[in-house]
Write a protein that binds this ligand. Structure first.
Ligand SMILES: C[S@@+](CC[C@H](N)C(=O)[O-])C[C@H]1O[C@@H](n2cnc3c(N)ncnc32)[C@H](O)[C@@H]1O
Length: 291
């Protein structure tokens, strides 16, 4: 009860400060811009919340604000991402001074390259989380990409004033994350956690709109036809278990066919529309639900 009250208070502060959502990193395919359209699409009542492809966590933060579920289970295959979320949840007071140090350095390519090299050789923990956030804010387009050896290799982004330290957002994100369990997990394992009446949101790497579009170049292999088919299979299993399911994907005949037994609506998103990512346009995405 006490937590609920504190939480409500925090939400009011958030609203007063006009921070719509405390998602604290940029992420390819991030859902921040779609949250208004999503608010009509969430189930009105559920037990726990599960997000299987966490990314920036924009949807988790939004659901937490609206429904304050008693417990959330958050998963992603990206170890560096989950390490960062855990540090924000558990050690935000120690993380902030580390980010302040990065912010107070000259934002130049030499410092960026030095930090990137350090990041690629260090163990998970608080210091690595701070560098992850620093790199996310200063690298090209906030991308996360690794080479064949698993080393982060996105170049310097040349931003004039990158928002390296967003203290209010981080503190708020930390509060929102208190009742959340965070795990590095492939989606096939993560779905096992879901039970009857749980709300499960799934936002996989999108199925490419065209053969050349590289929407799926995330860590640990591509997410192509087989993975999309496997995910649709898991969706059907969870449906049988009476979970409440919501899944985002690109609007393609293949995806519509995979989920033809379910409720499909379209939402409009501004996205990179080619593999270079420089051209942006408004495109339809689908939201698939079993309720
Ligand atoms: C489209 S992004 C999710 C974006 C998120 N909804 C947001 O608003 O930022 C897809 C995420 O799936 C993760 N991912 C890729 N393959 C995965 C897998 N096999 N199992 C679990 N997560 C995976 C990626 O690391 C990435 O964070």
């Amino acid at each position: 009860m006490e937590f609920q009250n504190t939480f409500k208070g925090n939400f009011q502060i958030l609203e007063q400060m006009q921070i719509a959502n405390p998602a604290f990193i940029k992420w390819a395919g991030g859902k921040t811009q779609l949250l208004r359209q999503f608010s009509e699409l969430y189930p009105q009542k559920f037990n726990h919340f599960l997000e299987i492809f966490l990314g920036s966590g924009a949807v988790f933060f939004n659901v937490k604000q609206k429904f304050n579920p008693s417990q959330s289970f958050l998963f992603d295959i990206n170890e560096d991402l989950i390490n960062t979320f855990k540090s924000v949840r558990d050690n935000v007071d120690e993380l902030i001074p580390l980010l302040r140090e990065h912010r107070d350095k000259d934002n130049n390519k030499a410092y960026f390259n030095e930090q990137r090299q350090k990041f690629n050789t260090m163990k998970h923990g608080l210091e690595k989380a701070a560098i992850f956030i620093y790199l996310n804010k200063t690298c090209f387009n906030g991308l996360y990409r690794v080479n064949s050896e698993g080393k982060f290799n996105v170049p310097f982004g040349k931003y004039k004033k990158p928002a390296i330290l967003q203290e209010v957002k981080l503190r708020m994100a930390s509060k929102f994350l208190q009742n959340a369990e965070l795990s590095v997990s492939d989606f096939t394992e993560a779905v096992k956690k879901a039970e009857e009446d749980d709300f499960v949101y799934m936002d996989p790497p999108y199925f490419p709109l065209t053969k050349t579009a590289s929407f799926t170049s995330y860590q640990k292999g591509a997410f192509l036809e087989n993975e999309q088919r496997q995910l649709a299979k898991e969706f059907k299993e969870l449906d049988k278990k009476h979970c409440l399911l919501m899944l985002s994907n690109s609007d393609t005949p293949f995806i519509r066919e995979l989920y033809s037994d379910f409720n499909i609506v379209t939402v409009k998103a501004r996205r990179a529309i080619n593999c270079i990512g420089a051209k942006r346009g408004v495109i339809n995405e689908v939201v698939i639900r079993n309720y």
